[in-house]
Design a protein around this ligand. Structure first.
Ligand code: CDP
Length: 155
């Protein structure tokens, strides 16, 4: 698969970069959910881009971006419900896509490293923010996410 160097971020609840960038309150519901594009470029710190820049610089075509947006929201629909069954809120997440046999398909992984998950009742963080914010209990939180999804771990 030929990876497209554009990250798609959907947010259902304000957190992380959005809170920093816009100064909105962490935890507010985002209705409708937002959709953002970032360029995969470590040197530049994955800067925010838009569809016009992606087209002009050849990172993705408008058709590819349209497909990526549809698929990203489809994933939101499915995963929000899946995590809700485990009493978790899917706060935000990042997806990457690539081209395989001429088709835009989902690439990369999906894990608490690339999304934010909060306990639906206490809003306790169950994702990489535990590491980023030095909250500790990273492995325990990831295992808890797995358990709530019905995944069992070897002892
Ligand atoms: O996570 P951070 O505050 O740096 O950026 P964000 O824009 O708030 O990230 C939104 C979501 O995308 C979070 O769930 C991040 O974990 C994920 N993300 C990622 O997995 N990889 C990146 N390079 C950027 C964001």
């Amino acid at each position: 698969m030929q990876m497209i160097p554009v990250e798609c971020v959907v947010r259902n609840i304000a957190a992380g970069g959005l809170v920093k960038r816009l100064g909105v309150e962490e935890g507010i519901a985002l209705t409708p959910p937002t959709f953002e594009l970032f360029l995969k470029n470590d040197e530049k710190g994955d800067p925010m881009i838009n569809e016009s820049l992606a087209e002009t610089f050849g990172w993705a075509t408008p058709e590819q971006l349209a497909k990526m947006k549809v698929l990203t929201f489809k994933v939101n629909h499915i995963l929000k419900a899946l995590f809700a069954e485990g009493d978790m809120l899917l706060v935000d997440y990042k997806l990457e896509f690539g081209v395989f046999k001429g088709e835009v398909v989902l690439g990369d992984e999906f894990s608490p490293d690339g999304c934010r998950l909060w306990d639906a009742n206490t809003r306790e963080k169950l994702d990489k923010d535990r590491f980023r914010q030095g909250l500790g209990g990273v492995i325990e939180a990831y295992e808890e996410v797995g358990r709530r999804l019905g995944i069992t771990f070897p002892a």
